[in-house]
Design a protein around this ligand. Structure first.
Ligand code: NAD
Length: 468
């Protein structure tokens, strides 16, 4: 797997201390990640602040560098993929695909047009509104998609003229460190610094005096700490937090036709996606056929080590998360839920859990009310659509949701009543660089992606020229 080093000021930064990284497919410690000290974090921020002076000046140079970064990432699957599979658990093809997807985001932002807005041009004045960079950005990412979620931050922040210090999750630091090393060949020194360490390193970043903006993706609980920590010196924050996405199936649906898409909307990346389907509401008339179709799909899925041939789902990423999913499933079963399939950890080493479909349970059960973030899906019957909608919305979460129906207009009018950042019809998890992504309520503040995500890394300036 090679040496894992932080990148500060464009070069590898050795550390005295390290911390262990576990392969979730075996439960074994397979590598050591560098442990950033406070002094090194200061160096990283100082280097980003220094690089900002030049980087902010030349938009054409920034676009060119982002284009080169995209090309690099398009070809980086073989280098990043195996490291990502080893620390995250996902199948090798998906891990390599994540590097490619990161390239797509860089390419999009390299070419994103940013029009100047003229708001007045008359006898009195000419006035335009422009977007200026904020300065140094502190970026913090979770363990489910370390590479692509970092790209969602790096590409727009750098396009806007900011520089960055990025910290991946301690569960998955290695692929991001590798990305930092690769990108240092196309970015000027200090523009992107990548550091690694435990949760306390994140807290040092959010309270550090240099960054003007915190871009954070992670859990609601940590997001609240980040907001509080950013408040004393009014740092800007974007928070992409957890979700408990509902999918509402309407009564005109053919269960066999939607089961596959519903299943993958919930179980992609082993259910470890903020905006995965986390609960399904099904009309009573279709309840048994939908439960059966989902269970059949779950039984057919190949679960295994990310490096094994044909594996579609890997292990849960880490022990606390594995224990949490196990606990939520056990709690539902002891409360009377029916196990349509799965329901238990798998035999052998590693954090493998059977793809699980739970039936005959309702709101008020922890796995329905909380974010499970794993391969277990509760299916809930409803008799009245308005009641189902009310239950779907009766949560602090509001990341996304979906409605499934043959009459697409009717489904769209139901979807429009979901209180969340993205409302899909006959789809879930359709994400793209041009599409803003963010949450209502506790699922977040601000958005990423598209021109709106770019704007989150800028501040407005009115440029006013008097003609009087
Ligand atoms: P987490 O909140 O535990 O950790 C996220 C990151 O924050 C890690 O890098 C961690 O080291 C760091 N951190 C921890 N404590 C910190 C502190 N006090 N100050 C600053 N940083 C700190 O989340 P996780 O378990 O890594 O990720 C899973 C969660 O992330 C789920 O809730 C999921 O829904 C959410 N998520 C959201 C999105 C989104 O775009 N909305 C995307 C992916 C994951």
């Amino acid at each position: 797997m090679g040496d894992h080093v932080m990148t500060i000021g464009g070069v590898g930064a050795p550390t005295k201390g390290t911390f262990p990284v576990i392969n979730p497919a075996t439960g074994e410690h397979f590598a050591e990640a560098p442990e950033c000290t406070r002094e090194q974090l200061d160096e990283a921020f100082a280097s980003a602040a220094d690089a900002y002076k030049e980087w902010r000046k030349d938009e054409a140079a920034r676009r060119e560098a982002l284009g080169k970064a995209a090309d690099l990432l398009f070809g980086a699957g073989a280098e990043i993929g195996p490291v990502l599979t080893a620390e995250q658990g996902k199948p090798l093809g998906e891990a390599g695909g994540e590097a490619f997807a990161a390239g797509i985001w860089f390419k999009y932002f390299a070419g994103l047009e940013i029009p100047t807005e003229v708001i007045q041009d008359d006898d009195n004045a000419y006035s335009e509104v422009v977007r200026r960079p904020l300065g140094v950005v502190a970026a913090i990412t979770p363990w489910n998609f370390p590479i692509v979620l970092a790209a969602w931050k790096i590409a727009p922040a750098l396009l806007a003229g900011n520089t960055m210090v990025l910290k991946p999750s301690p569960y998955t630091p290695l692929a991001t460190l590798k990305m930092g090393q690769l990108l240092s060949s196309v970015l000027p020194p200090g523009v992107l610094n990548v550091v690694s360490g435990g949760d306390e390193l994140g807290a040092w970043m959010t309270s550090h005096p240099v960054p003007r903006k915190i871009s954070f993706t992670g859990s609601v609980a940590t997001g609240k700490h980040v907001a509080a920590s950013a408040a004393p010196d009014l740092k800007r924050v974007t928070l992409e937090l957890g979700g408990n996405d509902p999918a509402i199936v309407l009564d005109d649906v053919d269960p066999a036709a939607v089961a596959d898409r519903l299943f993958w909307g919930a179980f992609s990346n082993n259910g470890q996606i903020c905006s995965a389907i986390k609960r399904v509401y099904v009309p009573e008339r279709l309840y048994e056929p939908v439960v059966d179709a989902l269970a059949e799909r779950a039984r057919a899925v190949k679960v295994g080590e990310g490096t094994s041939e044909g594996a579609q789902l890997g292990p849960i990423n880490n022990k606390p998360q594995f224990e949490r999913v196990s606990e939520l499933v056990a709690d539902a079963i002891s409360g009377g839920a029916r196990v349509a399939t799965g329901g238990r950890p798998m035999d052998g080493p590693g954090y493998f859990f059977e793809p699980t479909i739970l039936a005959d349970l309702s709101d008020g059960t922890r796995i329905v009310d909380e974010e499970q973030f794993g391969p277990a899906l509760p299916v809930i019957a409803y008799s009245d659509l308005d009641d189902a909608l009310e239950r779907a919305n009766a949560t602090h979460f509001g990341l996304s949701g979906s409605v499934w129906g043959t009459d697409v207009d009717r489904a769209a009018s139901v979807a429009a009543q979901l209180e969340c950042g993205t409302a899909w019809v006959n789809s879930h998890l359709a994400l793209a660089p041009h599409q803003p992504f963010g949450g209502s309520k506790w699922s977040g503040i601000g958005v990423e992606n598209g021109v709106w995500g770019y704007e989150g890394f800028t501040e407005l300036q009115v440029r006013y020229r008097s003609k009087a």
